[in-house]
Each structure stands twice: as structure tokens, then as C-alpha cells.
Design a protein around this ligand. Structure first.
Ligand code: FE
Ligand code: ZN
Ligand code: FE
Length: 227
């Protein structure tokens, strides 16, 4: 099929890509939510699922404004991110460590979307399609906000819990075991805790990366997967 070569054609092409990406996410997010052990994380993902459904509708309106039929174009990027996420769910991680991994995967998806929406929004503006740009910017803000909430959850609780969890086949009484061990270990506990913390944040590189909150805090949890 013949395809145009203008910036407007590229805009339509990328909106089709996003339309497909959002619809893939509508299917994938419930699986990620189901895999999460933290109720807070599950709620966050489910809330973003609701937003994602609305984002699909917004893209349909954008197609309409462009005089195009809503049509998706296979988004390989988000497909790959979703596949990595579902692979993670099949591995043996559980509890907070699994949640840290789920956050990392979800943030990969958000960052992909943030860059894609940033581009199409800029093109729409450049083309004088201000209504479309406005529509796209609503979605862009939701993606940024979802990313920030994921960072906050990771940095606020989940990364720490993941660093402290026993991993392997620790059962429901793992916290009691922890407490016993820490009591026996006495002063060693504090130093050990600090070491675990720094190990968890080290993949981000030195210092500054962790505090920025620009996203990817879940990425700091990613390092735990290798241990
Ligand atoms: Fe989205
Ligand atoms: Zn794509
Ligand atoms: Fe999103």
C-alpha cells in the first residue's frame, strides 16, 4: 500500500503504533497486576489500566480529527517490553523482589510511551494540530505521573523490602526468621543492612542517579535479580 512521506504521514504512522501499543497494554496490565504481591502496586497498575483504556479512546479521537480510521500498526517495542515482563512473572522471584521487577518492567513501558507521546505531540504542534497536541499531552501527563508513582513506591518501600527479603523459597514466616536472625546478629545487622542498600542502588551508578526521581528507580531493584 502506498504511503505518504510527509510529517503528517509520519504522525499518523506513529499514532497507529501508539494505538497498538496501548491496546497491547490493556491486555498486559491485568496480568502484571495479578502478579504483584503488594496491594499498593496492584492498585497502582489497575488505576493505570483504567487510564490506558481512556488513552485508547483519546487516540481514536485523534484519528477522527485527522480524518483517519482508527487502525493499529504492530508496536514491536512495547511487545518486547511486555514479553520481558511476562518472562519475569514466570521466573522464581516472589514477594517484594518480584514486585521490584514488575515495577522495573512497568517503568520501561512508561518511558517508552513518554518518549513516543513526546514526539507525536511535538509534531502535532508543529503541524498546527493544536487540538490533537492537547489530547496527546493529557496522555503524556498520565504516563509521567504513572512513572513517578512507580518510582515513589519503589523508593518508598518496595526496594527496601526486596533488599531485606530472604529470597529463594522463604515462606510466610520469613519475617519472624528475619527478626530472629537480626537479634542474634546484633550489631552486625546495621552494617549488613547498609551494604544491602548500597548494593541495591549500585546499578544506577554513583550517587546522584538515585535521588533524581526521574524514573528508573525500579531499575535499581533490577540489580537484585542477579543476586
Ligand atoms: Fe499508555
Ligand atoms: Zn512502538
Ligand atoms: Fe502507560
Amino acid at each position: 500500500m502506498a504511503q505518504g512521506t510527509t510529517l503528517r504521514d509520519l504522525l499518523i504512522d506513529e499514532i497507529r503504533d501508539l494505538y497498538d501499543a496501548e491496546r497491547q497494554l490493556v491486555k498486559a496490565l491485568p496480568k502484571m497486576a495479578k502478579g504483584a504481591t503488594s496491594q499498593e502496586l496492584r492498585t497502582l497498575i489497575e488505576t493505570h489500566l483504567g487510564e490506558t483504556e481512556e488513552q485508547v479512546t483519546r487516540l481514536e479521537r485523534a484519528f477522527e480529527m485527522l480524518g483517519e480510521k482508527p487502525r493499529g500498526k504492530r508496536c514491536e517495542g512495547i511487545a518486547g517490553i511486555i514479553e520481558e515482563g511476562s518472562n519475569l512473572l514466570e521466573e522464581d522471584f516472589d514477594g517484594a523482589v518480584l514486585d521490584a521487577g514488575i515495577i522495573a518492567g512497568a517503568q520501561r513501558a512508561e518511558h517508552y510511551e513518554i518518549t513516543a507521546y513526546g514526539s507525536v505531540m511535538a509534531w502535532a504542534k508543529q503541524l498546527g494540530e493544536n487540538e490533537i497536541a492537547e489530547l496527546l499531552s493529557e496522555t503524556l501527563e498520565e504516563e509521567k505521573s504513572a512513572d513517578e508513582k512507580l518510582s515513589a513506591l519503589a523508593e518508598g518501600t518496595i526496594n527496601l523490602e526486596a533488599a531485606q527479603s530472604e529470597g529463594d523459597d522463604a515462606e510466610s514466616d520469613e519475617e519472624d526468621e528475619d527478626t530472629d536472625r537480626q537479634r542474634e546478629a546484633g550489631t552486625a545487622r546495621r552494617a549488613g543492612g547498609d551494604m544491602r542498600m548500597s548494593a541495591a542502588s549500585s546499578p544506577r551508578g554513583s550517587g546522584a542517579g538515585r535521588s533524581s526521581g526521574k524514573g528508573g528507580s525500579g531499575g535499581s531493584a533490577g540489580g537484585r535479580r542477579r543476586s
